[in-house]
Design a protein around this ligand. Structure first.
Ligand code: PMP
Length: 426
């Protein structure tokens, strides 16, 4: 099983047999709150009839076409919808089947773009410590979670990492974006000075680092990264696999922060996770550079997946975007965010708690590690919360909270009560 303690799972398997709305139904019939929206992805809640109907009807009309040299309407319709929703001149879409593939695709597009401009020597990438960018060799190389990398060799050459932005001394238990730390972006200048801008293709960051423990960017940090990238001709990629489709109350985080990247990677909430799909949304400039430089009849970008733009995924995506619009999921997220913020910060004074972080409908409660057993507390807290009817995601000594955007006030209260009881037991 992926990222699972397999031996522990075998000894005590948690099996899920159904899902509706904001709940999972466990194999023993109990209903529990899904505090992770699947895995940061079921933003509209489970079992949405509109999505199921769209998938069924698409399967009956055209089950599959490989978008290699011929196409089908659903993927083009979805690309057009995404181009309208994406900020500024991010108007072109390449479909993948996952966030990992979206990240690797974006890195390759960055290289192809520079090569098309006659700057093929720009091959280095800059990522960030504690980042998660999926598990492909590209994404793993720019990501910064040591535990995920250590068994897999040297990875891509020529990757530098910005420092992560977690600063317990200055920012512990900040609400929203921390006040201190804008200067951490200046590490990019140091990386440029060390390697020369002419060797660097792109910088990739999650606007809010998710799997690393929900790290909202310090105030002004993303703006400064954008300035430095502009100064040196580096492409800026926002990995919005988690933040895309409403988590911060805007369709994309770049809109929330007012910072426009050259590419956005997304997945998860794009189809409400009903069918796997990812996408890279690129600017006119990146797209035109690659297409205009091409000579001859061959493909401009020698890249793609058998299932790129799969009709069932595209149909699910279109139905999901309809729900986003018709149910105003962004507005729901904006209403939910302050409730979640108040809830998690009410736990900040608990003696077991070290830090509480949140932005939009994303939050993390980090605990002091138990001596001799780092990581144990979050698994125990998860266990206690499950007994109280809330299925929560545990990672290291942190629990991660990212419910469907359809969560109600009572459900937030139930989760916080469960966590409070669990923390008391710890
Ligand atoms: N990027 C980010 C920011 C993610 O959070 C994730 C998944 N959690 C990925 C990429 C990888 O997505 P997938 O698991 O669909 O490959």
């Amino acid at each position: 099983m992926p990222f699972t303690a397999n031996r522990t799972f075998k000894s005590d398997p948690l099996m899920i047999s159904g899902a509706r709305g904001n709940h999972y139904i466990l194999a023993d019939g109990r209903e529990v709150l899904d505090v992770s929206a699947g895995l940061w992805c079921v933003n509209a809640g489970h079992g949405r009839r509109e999505i199921t109907d769209a998938i069924r009807s698409q399967a009956e009309t055209l089950d599959f076409v490989a978008n290699f040299s011929h196409g089908a309407a659903p993927a083009f319709e979805l690309a057009n919808r995404l181009a309208l929703l994406a900020p500024g001149d991010l108007n072109h879409v390449f479909f993948t089947n996952s966030g990992s593939e979206a990240v690797d695709t974006a890195l390759k597009i960055a290289l192809a773009c520079h090569a098309a401009r006659g700057e093929g020597q720009r091959q280095r990438f800059v990522g960030r410590q504690m980042a998660y960018h999926g598990v492909g060799f590209g994404g793993l190389s720019v990501a910064g979670l040591g535990g995920n990398r250590k068994a897999f060799g040297p990875l891509l050459p020529g990757v530098s990492h910005l420092p992560h932005t977690l600063d317990h001394a200055r920012n512990a238990c900040s609400k929203g974006q921390p006040e201190h730390g804008i200067e951490m972006a200046d590490a990019l200048e140091a990386i440029v000075a060390m390697n020369d801008a002419s060797t660097i293709a792109a910088v990739i960051v999650e606007p809010v680092a998710g799997a690393g423990g929900v790290l909202p960017p310090p105030q002004g940090y993303l703006e400064r990264l954008r300035e430095i990238c502009d100064r040196h001709g580096l492409l800026l990629i926002f990995d919005e696999v988690i933040t895309g489709f409403g988590r911060l109350g805007t369709t994309f985080a770049s809109e929330y922060f007012g910072v426009q990247p050259d590419m956005i990677t997304c997945a998860k909430g794009l189809t409400n996770a009903a069918v796997p799909m990812g996408a890279v949304i690129v600017s006119d400039a990146v797209h035109d550079t690659i297409l205009n430089a091409a000579t001859g009849p061959g493909p401009e970008l020698a890249h793609g997946y058998t299932y790129s733009g799969h009709p069932l995924a595209a149909a699910a995506g279109l139905a999901t975007l309809d729900i986003h619009r018709d149910d105003d999921l962004n507005g729901k997220a904006r209403a939910l965010a302050p409730l979640l913020e108040a809830g998690v910060h009410a736990l900040a004074d608990h003696p077991v708690v070290k830090d509480v972080r949140n932005l939009g409908v994303l939050a993390a409660v980090q605990m002091h590690p138990r001596e001799g057993a780092p990581g144990a507390r979050s698994t125990e807290l998860r266990h206690h919360c499950l007994a109280e009817g809330a299925l929560i995601r545990a990672g290291a000594d942190t629990v991660l909270i990212s419910p469907p955007l359809t969560f109600g006030a009572d459900e937030v209260t139930q989760v916080i009560e469960a966590m409070k009881k669990g923390l008391d037991r710890l």
